[in-house]
Design a protein around this ligand. Structure first.
Ligand code: BES
Ligand code: ZN
Ligand code: ZN
Length: 491
């Protein structure tokens, strides 16, 4: 992981210690006053036809203000913490070739300095471990010129940016070098210095304890599956949040083999597991008084002479049986076991995070996370996502679709081969059956649960914007941390 270092100063901007400077401005159209400290700036921007919409970035020549190379970036006509965060991220991402960059604010905008710090670090992430020729370098040091930053704000920004970076790093590793055992080891290493307990179940333990879904998916591979349980349990905790992540180290589809083009990029199918790991790490590093248990359901979905066949029946951890009609609908099989295991601890709310269905991309496109589950918990999550600027959208779990899960020989099928309609909801309904109840009574309500389908939102394929570049996005880490933070405030 490579992130820049950020420091804060109240010295006048930009000073002379940096190699280049970025000034965050509002849309200059109608905001000339906020820019009056910078002699000639409005005229220069007008002269070059600068359009000051949110995140508009431009290098400018302004010797009356500074001898340093200077760029401006806009927080738009009505600046908010989010537009400032994205503007700064755009600037740090774009302004390459300078080792130290000073970041300053037009009058009034430094009230958003905390958000700027987060944007600067998120935008400063780089990954070129496997490149022999490095891309033009982003800044290694960022200096925030602001009257003040919040207490501990820079540390918090770093914790969040490191968590997002952890997901991106893990998702970027080629599957050849990231077996289930290796991913489990990375999880152990990632929480090394934190008050997080880790337990790794290997294939023998999984078999003995009845994790039929994880074993059934993993058996086609020479690299056996793992289940990682991470527990952060501070003494004064207010709420117990369980996080379950899909950790398919590579999804070939299994015997229901994916076509060649559909298999490209399927190393990313462990993004959900990486996300829950990063979220618990950030929550523990922030020291939030919330109990969190994270479950990484890790398996390699490969075809072989030992692989699960279409028509095979798996007995899941809670005893329910599943007729596997499509071995490419493997995520729901490993997640079912994880959800049962999580439920047994009776948490207050369960999240699951999974690159679960191609159908969510058809429904919501590439940027929105699909959200399903219990209405109140879903609403609480959507509010948290909104606060951190992550796009998420709720889908229903319609009762009438339950019949589609019927199997001729087992309790349910994992995939409806003759009807692909509502594929993401079908998957959501499948998962729901493995959410435990709040008491022993059969008709007790299920534990509040939120399912996040990140198959589209966890990887960005278009041109870069804000802190989002081509590649893994680390989506859901920041919203899950925001959800945990809100759980503290409520209590
Ligand atoms: N990992 C995939 C989901 C996926 C597909 C993510 C395409 C990103 C792009 C998942 O395991 C899968 O293959 N799902 C199937 C389910 C189907 C067989 C019911 C799918 O979406 O095609
Ligand atoms: Zn699949
Ligand atoms: Zn998959």
């Amino acid at each position: 992981m490579t992130l820049p270092v950020i420091t804060h100063t109240t010295d006048p901007f930009p000073g002379s210690s940096a190699a280049a400077a970025v000034l965050v401005i509002p849309d200059p159209d109608g905001a000339a006053e906020a820019l009056s400290d910078y002699e000639g700036l409005v005229e220069t921007l007008t002269a070059i036809g600068y359009k000051g919409s949110a995140s508009a970035f431009s290098r400018v020549h302004l010797p009356s203000v500074t001898a340093l190379p200077l760029a401006v970036v806009s927080a738009g006509a009505a600046p908010t913490a989010q537009t400032v965060r994205d503007a700064v991220a755009t600037a740090v991402r774009t302004l390459t070739g300078f080792d130290t960059v000073a970041i300053g604010f037009a009058a009034g905008l430094d009230e958003f300095a905390d958000a700027a710090a987060e944007g600067a670090l998120l935008g400063g992430y780089r990954f070129d471990d496997y490149r022999s020729e490095k891309k033009p370098a982003k800044a290694e040091t960022l200096v925030l010129h602001a009257a003040q930053v919040g207490d501990g704000a820079l540390d918090e920004a770093r914790i969040i940016a490191e968590a997002v970076a952890l997901v991106k790093d893990l998702v970027s590793v080629p599957a050849e070098w990231q077996s289930p055992a290796q991913l489990a080891q990375s999880a152990v290493d990632a929480v090394d210095a934190l008050p997080i307990e880790v337990e790794v179940l290997d294939e023998t333990a999984l078999e003995e304890q009845g994790f039929g879904g994880i074993i059934g998916v993993g058996r086609g591979s020479d690299r056996p599956p793992r289940l990682v349980r991470l527990s952060y349990s501070p003494a004064e905790s207010t709420r117990h949040i369980a996080l379950v992540g899909k950790g398919i180290t590579f999804d070939t589809g299994g015997l229901s083999l994916k076509p060649a083009a559909g298999m490209v990029g399927m190393k990313f199918d462990m993004a959900g597991a990486a996300t829950v790991l990063a979220a618990i790490r950030a929550i523990a590093a922030l020291g939030l008084p919330v109990r969190v248990t994270a479950w990484m359901c890790i398996a390699d979905n490969m075809p072989s002479g030992r692989a699960t066949r279409p028509g095979d029946v798996l007995r899941m951890l809670d005893g329910q049986t599943v007729e596997v009609l499509n071995t490419d609908a493997e995520g729901r099989l490993v997640m079912a076991d994880g959800l049962v295991a999580a439920s047994r601890e009776n948490p207050d709310v369960i999240f699951d995070v999974a690159t679960l269905t191609g159908a969510i991309i058809v429904a919501l496109g590439m940027r929105h996370t699909g959200v399903m589950g219990e209405d109140a918990a879903v609403a609480e999550y959507l509010a948290a996502a909104d606060r951190v600027g992550e796009q998420a959208w709720a889908l229903p779990l319609p009762e009438y679709m339950e019949d589609l899960l019927d199997s001729q020989i087992a309790d349910m099928i994992n995939s409806n081969m003759s009807d692909r309609s509502g594929g993401s909801m079908f998957a959501g309904l499948f998962l729901q059956r493995f959410i435990g109840r709040t008491s022993d009574a059969d008709d007790a309500p299920r534990i509040p649960w939120v399912h996040l389908d990140i198959a589209g939102s966890s990887e960005h394929k278009g041109s870069p914007y804000g802190f989002t570049e081509k590649g893994p996005t680390g989506v859901a880490v920041r919203s899950l941390v925001a959800f945990a933070r809100a759980s503290v405030k409520e209590a």
